[in-house]
Ligand binder design. Structure first.
Ligand SMILES: Nc1ncnc2c1ncn2[C@@H]1O[C@H](COP(=O)(O)OP(=O)(O)OP(=O)(O)O)[C@@H](O)[C@H]1O
Ligand SMILES: O=P(O)(O)OC[C@H]1O[C@H](OP(=O)(O)OP(=O)(O)O)[C@H](O)[C@@H]1O
Length: 214
């Protein structure tokens, strides 16, 4: 494609990216929440959007199937970032990565006595690094969603998951016991595209940079 392709996921990333696209003079012609189309046009003939799973965004950009994309820091850590240039923290889709347990589980005591706890998470790499830095031995169980369920049914002692309002933890009688890191979404650019399509990509990058809310 001669123009540029931007990879986005449905839901919060799409919604929160709309004002940034508007700042770059880009308006999608469809809404992925109502359309089943996976390739969306825009008002600009040289810009198209592809709708992918949030976890897949770095992969599409890494291989150049999309020139640019918007992905959460959580997703980028798990992917590893190969082949990606990450020029901007867009300060959207903000939340934090945390350790949480059931209210009656004494996490501090388990840590203190060096217990080998079971931790369920979708964020295996980030969790591994966190517990290794604390010198804790944990058994990680990989899940793909609804991590909050794992401690309730005896699958794990703790979870590593994203928290924003805390409503999901509260609704499931879980409490946050450690804050691992703040999370927001970043603009990622394919390294070859940045060189070959700089005249198209650079203005979008500058418009996004100018529209970032503190
Ligand atoms: N509750 C939240 N509040 C704010 N931002 C969030 C929240 N949950 C996730 N995010 C951020 O938004 C990104 C996209 O989340 P989304 O829920 O759309 O996808 P997902 O369900 O995590 O991924 P996938 O669909 O690939 O499994 C996440 O990678 C994270 O950075
Ligand atoms: O603290 P809160 O404001 O309750 O947000 C936290 C929840 O948000 C995310 O799930 P999401 O809404 O993306 O659902 P999904 O991952 O199951 O799609 C995350 O996995 C938590 O479950």
């Amino acid at each position: 494609m001669n123009g540029i392709t931007l990879a986005l996921s449905k839901g919060r990333i799409f919604e929160e990216t709309l004002p940034l696209l508007a700042a770059a003079g880009i308006t999608p012609t469809d809404n992925p929440d109502t359309s089943r189309k996976l390739i969306l046009g825009t008002n600009r003939p040289d810009v198209r959007l592809v709708i992918v799973r949030a976890t897949d965004t770095p992969t599409y950009v890494q291989y150049g199937a999309a020139d640019m994309g918007i992905a959460g820091k959580d997703t980028l850590i798990e992917h590893g970032g190969a082949g990606l240039y990450q020029p901007l923290d867009l300060n959207i889709a903000k939340c934090r990565l945390c350790v949480a347990v059931q209210k009656d589980f004494d996490y501090a005591a388990a840590v203190k006595r060096g217990a080998r706890i079971r931790v369920a998470t979708k964020y295996v790499k980030a969790a591994k690094e966190h517990f290794a830095a604390k010198g804790m031995h944990v058994d990680l169980i990989k899940l793909y969603g609804s991590m909050e369920l794992a401690p309730l049914v005896g699958l794990a002692d703790a979870i590593v998951d994203l928290v924003s309002t805390g409503n999901t933890l509260r609704a499931n009688n879980l409490v946050e016991v450690e804050d691992i890191m703040p999370i927001s979404s970043r603009l990622v650019v394919n390294q070859a595209s940045l060189k070959l399509k700089r005249e198209l990509i650079q203005p979008v990058l500058e418009a996004f940079a100018g529209a970032i809310k503190p």
